[in-house]
Design a protein around this ligand. Structure first.
Ligand code: NDP
Length: 490
């Protein structure tokens, strides 16, 4: 049984009331651990530790080079424990080992990217009217509350923790209660490299209890949240009372537009990857495929044929291509949407059921599912299902493709497949989305900003933008002519 504890002020802790909740392996329904069910008191202890560490300057007072040294060491440790982290991630989240291995590699690279970035030049100077040197410097925000979901338990944590620490903040971090296992290993690494006490704190517990306390507490200066749009809205409202800086990476219903002149096999291949990687539990999933009408039938036929061949199974089986959904609760949500799609009159072209064959019945497996004959106002077209369920729609021309693509409340990601470069770029520029690809789907880079338009969020993760989220901007004006201003008569 994996031992789970919270990490507060440099100590491993159970919940103050000793309560726990089971952590389940989604591939077989077995309990792999019991996570502390943190309370408001636990959240406050973590917040006060982070506040004290920030005020004492044990972290923000270090030079950028010294902080970078810690971050490089953390990256090296992630590499050293890569095999263990990969296994744990698969056990807890369900994703195939291959996907988990990529996440672990990206996690180490993300720490290295921010370790490097923080020592590079930043700030500005300005020419102003007075004999004055005006300049801008960037400073840490203070105590940052970081709340993450269960779909990338390690990577989503690091996308926040690495830039927040690089910038000199102290953190109160809350993993999803469904997937606290690799975050705990990450905090063991923080202890191993000797991060000063109180700099990085981890509380576990229910979102509406512990998460809500982090979002509302006046000693927390900023909230960075990734998860569902509904929860994101709630957090934003809660954080407004204390005017916290807010950064939100929320849901999506992203369009993947395939023109008739696309390289057909490439488009089909990426469209499969776009929706079924991570069993569709990816915020940027290409969950709406829009296909030009002249190749629509041919595309659906080929896509369905390949979707049916996807090898679904436990993540730790090397032959598995798609793992289970993360939890019983989420399985029920996805199955509910499939039923809803049928009731709305859409046609299931393949899949549509839970998988119980070959001993998979104790896990949370769902067939790769394709809906066709959908209408734009159907809920399965408009809402984030967050599972292996895609809708394939038809469009007549460029204008209709753009109109359909943009007509949801979301604006996270989108892609265009075409061999006409000008057309592809023209369409991409009309998409109201923050992350886009041409003739590709899904690749993510530590160097480039990640985040959405519209109800897909506020702010950006990764790249220089991701660091700036965790920084305040200060102007400094230095008078070069030190003499009385003479505004009032002497
Ligand atoms: P949530 O967005 O509710 O959870 C994400 C994180 O927020 C978890 O750590 C959760 O804690 C915490 N949280 C929940 N409620 C609050 C609150 N009131 N205040 C502060 N923190 C809170 O995701 P769910 O797991 O409930 O999934 C719901 C839906 O959200 C999914 O079906 C999917 O559609 C979408 N989603 C989108 C993601 C994305 O990356 N865009 C990622 C995950 C989900 P706890 O562990 O207790 O739940």
């Amino acid at each position: 049984m994996i031992n789970l504890k919270m990490y507060i002020d440099g100590e491993w802790k159970d919940a103050e009331n000793r309560e726990t909740r089971p952590v389940i392996n989604p591939a077989n329904g077995e309990v792999i651990s019991y996570a502390p069910e943190g309370t408001i008191a636990d959240a406050r202890a973590a917040i006060y530790a982070a506040r004290r560490a920030f005020e004492e300057g044990v972290w923000s007072g270090l030079s950028a080079q010294e902080r970078a040294y810690y971050l490089f060491r953390i990256a090296d440790k992630i590499d050293e424990y890569a095999e263990e982290l990969t296994q744990l991630e698969t056990m807890d989240n369900g994703k195939p080992l291959r996907e988990a291995g990529f996440d672990v590699g990206d996690a180490a690279a993300c720490f290295r990217y921010y370790a490097g970035l923080i020592t590079k030049p930043d700030g500005y100077t300005y020419h102003v009217a007075d004999p004055m040197q005006a300049m801008v410097v960037r400073e840490p925000v203070g105590v940052c509350g970081l709340i993450v979901p269960w779909n990338y338990p390690l990577l989503m944590s690091i996308w926040k923790i690495a830039p927040a620490l690089a910038a000199g903040n102290t953190i109160v971090f809350k993993p999803s209660e469904v997937t606290p296992v690799t975050p705990k290993k990450l905090f063991e690494i923080f202890e191993e490299v000797g991060l000063p006490n109180g700099v990085a704190n981890m509380v576990m517990g229910a979102g509406p209890v512990v998460g809500n306390e982090i979002a509302s507490h006046p000693e927390v200066d900023m909230i960075s949240f990734t998860g569902g749009t509904k929860t994101g809205k709630h957090i934003m409202k809660t954080a407004a009372d204390t005017m916290k800086k807010v950064s939100l990476e929320l849901g999506g219903k992203s369009p993947n537009i395939i023109f008739a002149d696309a390289d057909f096999e490439t488009a089909v291949d990426y469209a499969l990857f776009g929706i079924y990687a991570g069993a569709g539990q990816v915020c940027s999933a290409g969950s709406r495929i829009l296909v030009e009408e002249s190749i629509y039938e041919q595309f659906v036929e080929r896509f369905v044929d390949r979707a049916k061949k996807i090898q679904v199974g436990p993540g730790n089986d090397p032959s598995t291509e798609m793992g289970p959904l993360v939890s019983q609760e989420h399985l029920e949500k996805v199955l509910h949407y499939i039923e809803l799609g049928k009731q709305e009159g859409a046609k299931v072209a393949c899949g549509g059921s839970r998988i119980v064959r070959d001993g998979l019945g104790n896990g949370y497996f769902v067939e790769p599912t394709v809906f066709i004959d959908v209408k734009q106002d159907m809920r399965i077209v408009q809402e984030e299902i967050f599972g292996p369920v895609v809708v394939i729609q038809k469009f007549k021309d460029e204008n209709e493709a753009v109109k359909l693509a943009n007509s949801t409340v979301y604006g996270l990601a989108g892609a265009v497949f075409s061999t006409d470069g000008a057309k592809a770029l023209r369409v991409i520029k009309k998409l109201r989305a923050g992350i886009t690809w041409i003739n590709s789907y899904h690749p993510t880079y530590n160097e480039a900003p990640w985040g959405g338009y519209k109800q897909s969020g506020i702010g950006r993760s990764l790249g220089t933008f991701g660091l700036e989220e965790f920084q305040e901007i200060k102007q400094i004006n230095i008078n070069l002519q030190v003499e009385p201003i003479g505004w009032f008569r002497n």
